[in-house]
Write a protein that binds this ligand. Structure first.
Ligand SMILES: [Zn+2]
Ligand SMILES: [Zn+2]
Length: 356
């Protein structure tokens, strides 16, 4: 019998352990994917900790809903190895042996969110690497072939990264499309998701975006990648200069950081009728007088990853050559823990992707 080799969480706030078990046989419509690549994401750190930071020392416990040992990893690309007996035979024959990216934000299929196509917002979900075993492993079970997405001619590492960091940025920016038609959008925070967002904004919006980051090297990289202008939000004059340069502020802003300072900067840069989409999870409060929502007719909207439909749209955009791949560093699966450590220590540029 094939063995499943995986690097699993056996306790919270403890290093991942290699655990080897019998490889599960797909049942029903399930598909067994042999993992080729799995990206390492900031959410993996929160899962390993068992909590999200909310700011001011408060935390949100996320240990519920999974049994240990549990396998992290949700930016998966691999090869379809086996098909369950309940899967459509014709589709099964077509996908067997195919190289695919795996959409990980899989819902129950029965709740209101799932029925509306928003499986990423399902409360009773089977999100891979979050509430069902994920891709820091030799194999992963996927409930249905419809979650598998062709990615040729992209690299498997880039294809996997698109399923979380790329999708998060795409889904957030899509919500700003109407607002970004009125002027350049503002992107705050140029980490992995933010840099991916810059490429997506250039593909989706009529004007190149303005960016903001406290790191001068990141601002420089963003200008090279086509940003119209770059501001340092730590500079007290930045907000005024931005508002002046845009003739009264931006209509669309995306906060890829999600801290008190980043959201205050994004919201403070809005023109009347403007909107901020928030995707970052750094943590912090956002104090704003309720009156300002009215007087500025402003919207603050949170987004969480993206839908299967959006994942397919984003993949089509990338396959058409409209997105530049982010810098990727590949490491063997056995280095999963050191990859997490480096991410936590801020020593990662772009994405670290594990090679199974
Ligand atoms: Zn992620
Ligand atoms: Zn559901």
């Amino acid at each position: 019998m094939t063995k499943l080799r995986r690097f699993s969480l056996t306790a919270y706030q403890a290093p991942l352990c290699e655990t080897i078990v019998d490889c599960p046989e797909p049942t029903g419509s399930e598909v067994l994917v042999r993992v080729e690549r799995c990206g390492v994401c900031h959410s993996d750190l929160h899962m390993q900790d068992g909590f999200f930071a909310l700011g001011e020392g408060k935390t949100l416990d996320v240990r519920e809903g999974r049994t240990l040992p549990f396998t992290l990893g949700h930016e998966i690309a691999g090869v379809v190895e086996r098909i369950g007996p309940g899967a459509d035979a014709k589709i099964g024959a077509q996908i067997l042996g195919k190289k695919v990216a795996v959409y990980p934000w899989i819902g129950c299929g029965a709740c209101a969110a799932c029925k509306a196509g928003e499986e990423n917002l399902c409360n009773n979900n089977r999100h891979l690497g979050i509430s069902a075993d994920g891709g820091f492993a030799s194999h992963v079970l996927v409930p249905h072939p419809r979650y598998l997405i062709d990615y040729a001619p992209l690299s498997p590492s880039f294809a996997g990264a698109l399923m979380c960091s790329g999708l998060t940025a795409y889904s957030a920016l899509k919500r700003l499309t109407a607002h970004a038609a009125r002027g350049p959008a503002l992107l705050v925070g140029l980490g992995g998701v933010g840099m991916m967002g810059l490429g997506i904004a250039r593909a989706l919006f009529p004007q190149p975006p303005i960016v903001a980051d406290i790191d001068a090297a990141k601002r420089e990289a963003a200008l090279k990648a086509g940003a119209a202008a770059a501001f340092d939000p730590a500079d007290r004059e930045a907000r005024r200069a931005l508002i002046k340069s845009t003739g009264g502020g931006v209509f669309a802003a995306c906060d890829f950081v999600g801290s008190e300072k980043s959201l205050a900067f994004a919201a403070g840069a809005l023109a009347k009728g403007g909107k901020v989409a928030v995707t970052g999870l750094l943590g912090g409060n956002f104090p704003l007088p309720a009156t300002m929502f009215v007087l500025k007719a402003m919207t603050v909207e949170g987004t969480l990853t993206g839908t299967l439909e959006e994942a397919n749209e984003l993949m089509a955009l990338a396959r058409a050559g409209k997105l530049k791949p982010l810098p990727i560093e590949e490491r063997p699966l056995s280095q999963a823990q050191s990859a997490l450590d480096d991410l936590r220590g801020g020593r990662v540029v772009g994405r670290v992707v594990l090679v199974a």
